[in-house]
Write a protein that binds this ligand. Structure first.
Ligand code: ARG
Length: 472
């Protein structure tokens, strides 16, 4: 490594293995834009406060701008020559503009610098996740609208329970993703606080203006406590937690798509473009994408637990352990964004086998509850009705038929209240449309839910856009 910016106190060069062990440049280099943005803000603030001259600030800002351009054009390779991105940028600046470059690090430390970089990064990622989630929700809505009246069996315990509309099932995921979007928004609002200027841990003796830096970087607030500022990783944990919950939802949906595309279910077919084949079995078309969505939820959960474990025993304030926070956040962000991107493309490519789904909707005694309700309407107490229908089901299983295959005479042997109107009562579409309770599966209710969802999809913040920067 080149001469270190902190070399002054040391007589001996750092052990090679120690350099490798302590370096984070191989993963924190992706923060370069945020690091430079934060440094420009800091440097302008120093000039505004008369700590450095405006002329010096201009040279520093110009130098930083050139470094940014050169990184983006691939003219600077950010590799293990430097310990981390902060050192890399500062060393490069000093190499380019000389002594003046050494004034940039006035009244700050890497502790508050990395806290700022990660907040800037997380802010962007949260906005991106929210917008990608919106795309997934839009795809779900379109599917629900297109298949509004498709019937399917609803399940509990993975056993046929009651018929539902497929669109109702899809809208359940819409609700989950709405909560996920809100969680990202909550996290954004809480983490949108500017830490730079807290310096190492205790603040600075120099006459800085953190409010100025905050305004420049579009943060509504400055941190309240410098010690908290350099040791707080709550926002990373919140991001990973919201991501873990989101991936759990994605994983549940993925599991259903996998099940539903098996020949046993045969409810849906995932397009060829989103499946892969087998190296040995020529007939195979495997749902690898949903399988990997389900699988990747594991690493996101792991990242959350990793961060909690990393931070739980740390005394205040900054400890080098905290350098290990970044990969968990980056990996979570990468996994979530690519997964959401894929999901919004995969959903519209699903072929729905409506005949098969409708045929299964009434199978497996899914009409039994309605039959009990029918008897209730004829004055039979529910508990008794439940028992009678249970016996009808048992009779049907014995004779290899469904409820509606029975004749009225057969029904009458179980209770005299059965009449010819039992058959229209058990018509699947009427069974569905009777479920008009709030949030129920009746077509009218689902249409209402879809219409409301349409308005929520693009509702203004605080629903959709907590990022003041994105509003420009
Ligand atoms: N690379 C470090 C990190 O990511 C930056 C802060 C280092 N601070 C220090 N005092 N060594 O946490």
């Amino acid at each position: 490594m080149a001469e270190k910016l902190w070399q002054g106190r040391f007589d001996q060069p750092t052990n090679k293995l120690v350099e490798e062990y302590t370096a984070s440049i191989h993963y924190d280099s992706r923060l370069y834009r945020y690091d430079i943005e934060g440094s420009i803000a800091h440097c302008r603030m120093l000039a505004e406060c008369g700590i450095i001259s405006h002329d010096e600030a201009s040279r520093i800002v110009e130098g930083l701008g050139e470094i940014l351009r050169d990184i983006e054009r691939g003219r600077i390779t950010l590799d293990s020559v430097h310990e981390d991105i902060h050192m890399a940028v500062e060393t490069e600046l000093i190499a380019r503009i000389g002594e003046t470059g050494g004034k940039l690090h006035t009244a700050r430390s890497r502790n508050d610098q990395v806290a700022l970089d990660m907040r800037l990064y997380t802010r962007d990622v949260l906005s991106q996740c929210r917008s990608l989630l919106r795309d997934v929700q839009a795809a779900l809505l379109e599917m629900a609208e297109k298949h509004i009246e498709v019937l399917m069996p609803g399940f509990t315990h993975l056993q046929h329970a009651q018929p539902v509309l497929f669109s109702h099932h899809l809208m359940a995921y819409f609700e989950m993703f709405t909560r996920d979007r809100e969680r990202f928004g909550d996290c954004f609002r809480r983490m949108n606080v500017m830490p730079l200027g807290s310096a190492a841990l205790a603040g600075t003796t120099l006459p800085t203006d953190m409010e100025w830096t905050a305004r420049y970087l579009k943060f509504p607030k400055v941190v309240a406590n410098s010690m908290d500022a350099v040791s707080d990783r709550d926002y990373m944990i919140e991001f990973c937690s919201a991501s873990a919950i989101l991936m759990m939802h994605v994983s549940r949906m993925a599991e259903e798509l996998i099940l539903w595309s098996s020949p046993e279910f045969a409810f849906v077919e995932i397009s060829d473009a989103f499946c892969t084949g087998s190296s040995i079995m020529p007939q195979k078309k495997n749902p690898d994408v949903p399988e990997l969505m389900r699988g990747k939820s594991g690493r996101v959960f792991g990242n959350l637990v990793g961060l909690l474990t990393l931070t739980k025993g740390l005394p205040l304030t900054y400890n080098r352990d905290l350098q290990e926070d970044k990969e968990a956040v980056f990996d979570t962000a990468d996994t979530v964004t690519v997964t959401l991107r894929l999901l919004s493309k995969l959903l519209p490519q699903i072929t729905v086998n409506r005949e098969r789904m409708a045929a299964m909707a009434g199978r497996g005694f899914t009409l039994a509850t309605d039959m009990a309700d029918y008897l209730v309407r004829k004055g039979v107490p529910f508990r008794k009705a439940h028992h009678i229908v249970g016996q009808v089901v048992q009779y049907c299983i014995k004779h290899g038929k469904e409820l509606v295959d029975c004749t009225l005479d057969e029904f009458k042997t179980f209770h005299k209240a059965f009449d010819t109107d039992v058959f229209p009562y058990l018509e699947i579409s009427t069974v569905i449309d009777r479920r008009t309770s709030v949030g129920g599966t009746a077509t009218s209710r689902v249409k209402e839910a879809i219409a409301l969802a349409r308005t929520r999809l693009d509702a203004p913040e605080n629903e959709t856009n907590p990022n003041p920067n994105a509003e420009k």
